[in-house]
Design a protein around this ligand. Structure first.
Ligand SMILES: [Zn+2]
Length: 119
């Protein structure tokens, strides 16, 4: 099975985690510019902000998780969270839909985008 689809919550979580690493890398790079206090401070500040924003993203995931619908995945029988009209299982990446009219329709993120415009 193609692992093309990732659960939205997992995607955001990966994004938050990479922000932490990017922040640490930027702060680490700043150490190479010890000669210039200004440049080092800018690097440290950007790195710190990246790390800080990852914390904000984690809070956002927490809020999204409370809005997500818990369903039992028909494929792996684990309880997963569905965000929006279509999402993928967090464990086996099985495409899932909350909309019966989309049942059996090939998974496409555009259904979510259309949904967002309606709101
Ligand atoms: Zn599953």
């Amino acid at each position: 099975m193609e692992l093309k689809y990732t659960s939205k919550i997992n995607k955001i979580r990966t994004f938050a985690l990479s922000l932490v690493f990017i922040g640490i890398i930027i702060m680490y790079l700043g150490l190479y510019f010890k000669a210039s206090f200004t440049v080092m401070t800018i690097f440290m500040l950007i790195g710190f902000l990246a790390t800080l924003s990852s914390a904000a993203v984690y809070i956002w995931i927490g809020m999204l998780s409370t809005k997500a619908v818990q369903v039992e995945c028909p494929n792996c029988q684990k309880v997963t969270k569905v965000l929006g009209r279509v999402d993928a299982c967090m464990f086996c990446k099985q495409p899932l839909t909350m909309d019966p009219s989309l049942d059996g329709v090939e998974f496409d993120d555009k259904y979510n985008r259309r949904n967002q415009k309606e709101q």
